[in-house]
Design a protein around this ligand. Structure first.
Ligand SMILES: Cc1cc2nc3c(=O)[nH]c(=O)nc-3n(C[C@H](O)[C@H](O)[C@H](O)COP(=O)(O)OP(=O)(O)OC[C@H]3O[C@@H](n4cnc5c(N)ncnc54)[C@H](O)[C@@H]3O)c2cc1C
Length: 294
């Protein structure tokens, strides 16, 4: 019997499973061969190379250094310094290259105030016209992430035009979150939601989430928001493009790459999430879970 989405998702968040696989060299090599479809590579140079390759095809990129759930201040400081260097380095990259980050990688669980300071410093270091998109994590972190994004967006320096947030259509709270983000002028990346959450917090995967996605996309459009449709679901995407006109579409590296050129040829702005780094294992497991559907 094939392994289901929920089981794979649990494995994706299991440190013990990751350690077990990565401790055995042939198993790790096998995992990496499968994962490399979704990952630019281990180094930043690999990520820039993929971003430039996409740019040559008329596709924008958002580069993310893998990492999440940091539990000590020193690591958060190091990650923040890396990201400030990445932000400064964007000046040497094509205009459409942005950054992406999970705030738990920046020490959200260690010190929320300090995490916001780090995030502000990174946004501040971006060249004009670039953004850093914040990933959506599990429901328990949703309030802290929203607070951090809104705090930095609401700064006197006007950093809202440099940041983006991700809204998960499956969560019951997302309509309200989206209204706050739109009011603050933050770019919204609308996704279905990768985390398996209990029914009191989220809709199940499948039709209920798809309908919520459609409704939220219409709500964003009616509000005149700056947003993108981050989905590989062709039916959902085409229904929304037909109803709302050309809207930016985002995909993950290695997922349905064949659709990208069609979208570009049709004049749809396209952006691809380009992750890199040594911490690829959990990300890959989540993608495997998603590739199984329900
Ligand atoms: C740019 C971007 C950023 C994202 N950021 C976040 C985030 O911050 N937080 C979060 O919770 N989620 C995030 N996601 C993931 C998202 O929530 C979904 O879990 C994921 O995109 C799968 O949903 P879907 O909309 O593609 O639709 P689905 O219905 O799941 O997939 C549509 C079709 O795409 C194909 N497909 C989907 N995934 C895969 C795969 N891994 N391998 C092969 N084929 C596949 C399948 O053919 C499937 O039938 C992001 C997604 C994108 C595109």
């Amino acid at each position: 019997m094939p392994v289901g989405r929920a089981t794979l998702f649990r494995l994706a968040t299991s440190t013990r499973f990751e350690r077990t696989v990565r401790a055995v060299a042939p198993a790790e090599r096998h995992a990496w061969r499968a994962a490399s479809r979704y990952v630019a590579g281990i180094t930043l140079a690999d990520a820039w190379q993929v971003a430039n390759w996409l740019h040559a095809k008329g596709i924008d990129a958002s580069v993310d250094q893998f990492g999440e759930l940091v539990t000590d201040a020193a690591t958060a400081e190091r990650v923040a310094a890396d990201y400030v260097r990445l932000a400064v380095g964007l000046a040497q990259q094509p205009d459409g290259v942005w950054l992406s980050i999970d705030l738990s990688h920046l020490g959200l669980d260690v010190d929320r105030g300090r995490c916001a300071d780090h995030f502000r410093a990174i946004a501040d270091a971006l060249p004009p016209g670039r953004r850093i998109q914040v990933g959506a994590e599990d429901h328990d972190r949703a309030d802290a992430i929203l607070d951090c994004v809104l705090a930095v967006a609401g700064d006197r320096n006007g950093l809202a035009d440099r940041i983006g947030a991700t809204v998960q259509a499956n969560l019951h709270r997302s309509g309200d979150d989206l209204d706050h983000l739109v009011a603050a002028g933050v770019h919204v990346r609308l996704v279905k939601g990768a985390y398996v959450e209990p029914p009191e917090r989220a809709l199940p995967y499948g039709e209920p989430t798809d309908i919520a996605y459609l409704r939220l996309a219409h709500r964003l459009a009616q509000a005149g928001a700056n947003f993108s449709l981050a989905t590989h679901d062709g039916v959902l995407r085409e229904a929304l493009l037909a109803a709302l006109g050309r809207r930016p579409v985002e995909q993950l590296l290695g997922v349905r790459p064949e659709t990208l050129e069609d979208l570009v040829a049709g004049g749809v702005p396209v952006r691809v999430y380009v992750p890199y780094g040594a911490e690829w294992f959990r990300y890959w497991m989540r993608r495997v879970a998603e590739s199984r559907g329900a």
